[in-house]
Ligand binder design. Sequence first.
Ligand code: SF4
Length: 351
Amino acid sequence: MKKVDLSKFKIQTRSRLNNNKESNETEINVSNKIKSKYKKKPLNTDTELGKELVAADNNLENAVKIKLEPKVENSQNIKENIDNKLKISKLKREHIEIKYEEPTTSKIKQGDGKPYNWELILKNLREMRKNADAPVDKMGCDKCSDEEASPKVIRYQCLLSLMLSSQTRDEVTHAAMMRLRQHGCMVDHILETDDDVLGKLIYPVGFWKSKVKFIKKTTEILKNEYKGDIPNTVKDLCKLPGVGPKMAHLCMKSAWGKVTGIGVDTHVHRISNRLGWVDTKTPEETRKSLEDWLPLELWSEVNHLLVGFGQQICQPLRPQCPTCLNHEICPYGIKYINNELPVKPKKIKGK
Ligand code: SF4
């Protein structure tokens, strides 16, 4: 391989550098010479050349000034700049809370098909009902039987109190049951009782005349088909005159201690719809709809909770929404408080 003589290139490069350096020095020297020449001889600004040289000199001086002199800002500008920087740094430091849009009412269904916030609503209901001082707590159907009687008689009285309770306040039902008990509330004795007397004993429960007939027929069936006891299935209970699904499920719970379904009365139906837990027209639809998603272990509790809640707070006409713990998540409560519910026109007599 041919060896390259690098020393030659080095010499050439060095001479080029020297030339450049010399040329730079030459330029500086020439410019200095010109300057000194003009310094010695003041420029004749009358001539074209003189004018051009003065102009060029001024341009050069301005350019150097712009480049070298720091930009002079007045105090106002400086203050504004500082203020702006402070504002930006403040904005950067401020905590910005990111809020995600969340469903606000229980009418919306969760991923599992249950109403949004239903557990919180239930917790609030328990809190509002913790004193257990509603009429249903003291005078409900499960408080009407003679606890010292035989189990068969207790079950019969339990069924009768449920039959009397339909369309009737707990206080009225309880009072009627106390009169019946005093009279002798047993299958044989009721069958022997005249309808008029029975009517007077149960009056003023709702539909008392019809209830006298239902009680008599039902008692007859119990004597003939069930040896004076009551049926132990919902299906057979519902075959008795004047006994519907609500009564049958409640009776199964209080008479037989079995939870077979949710007892939906007017309170449970109304409140479940207000809360958005169901969207139904009849208590029976409400029962089926509630049973679709409410855990079985809560079926018995929910009836008692909602009945007492309906008696004390969520009344049919004037619910006490502002004081209800659920008023921020209850769709009806939100509308009620904001006066957004449609006003029903008052019925005028004769029209
Ligand atoms: S907010 Fe009003 S309507 Fe809703 S559950 Fe409470 S009392 Fe009833």
